[in-house]
Ligand binder design. Sequence first.
Ligand SMILES: C[S@@+](CC[C@H](N)C(=O)[O-])C[C@H]1O[C@@H](n2cnc3c(N)ncnc32)[C@H](O)[C@@H]1O
Length: 259
Amino acid sequence: MTNSIHHSAKASHYDKDAESYDTFNEKNSRSTNQNIERILKKYKVKTVLDLTCGTGPQVFWLAKCGYKVTGSDINKRMLKVAKDKAKREKVEVKLLEGDMRTVKVGKFDAILTIFNAIGHLTKADFDKAMRNIKSNLSEGGIYVFDIFNLEYLLNDGAITKLTIDWQKTVGDTIFRDIQYSTIDQSGVLASYTTSYKQKGSGKAKISKSMQTLQIYTAKELSEMLTSNGFKVLHQCTVDGARFYNTKSDRILIVAKKNS
Ligand SMILES: C[S@@+](CC[C@H](N)C(=O)[O-])C[C@H]1O[C@@H](n2cnc3c(N)ncnc32)[C@H](O)[C@@H]1O
């Protein structure tokens, strides 16, 4: 198989997904959010910066749990969905536009980048983002993030488990996403999606897209964190179960900023 080339995603990458993003993802984030909340409680966190907040699944969950939360994201449309939700649900959160590699927001007890968000960066850019995350963390602050587990996905046939066929109706509109993925040895996960949108009895609009994500083994992540001034405190699956190198599809890591 030829290797796919991976570039860091453009700011506009989620433009076409923003409208339907919550339709497919809101329910899926519940167990992850519960796990994150347990972690933040354990490390006595009070202030949280979600650097890839998107439409805000973690921001709103944690704000409702009493944390002081700021959300930032590179994509204007995802942020607009989050801002409209904050207004509608009367939740007090700060939401701003920013690139996780460069944005300076202040000093926080915890920083999050959840749901494979760092996969949108190249390895060199993730290194850069880690240094920026360090500069937005208070002394002893923690960085919590997740990503697909490369060691698992290179197992025979494991990649086919990422195939999806999701359908949901919102009002009079049917949304459907069909996706399959490939993986190469360098950790580039390429996903090919066909999206359908049908309003009422009108003609379905069909669009095709492809995206790549850089994914990692647990060992690679641990080495990158260490070389960027973090200490790995904990690793688990996204919903908090025990992480196995060859059996878990995603890894969630808690790393502490070294003083
Ligand atoms: C898969 S979504 C995850 C959003 C949210 N955390 C969730 O759990 O649904 C990835 C998000 O990362 C954002 N993103 C990608 N590259 C970024 C960058 N360089 N800086 C900040 N956000 C970025 C995208 O705009 C998108 O909103």
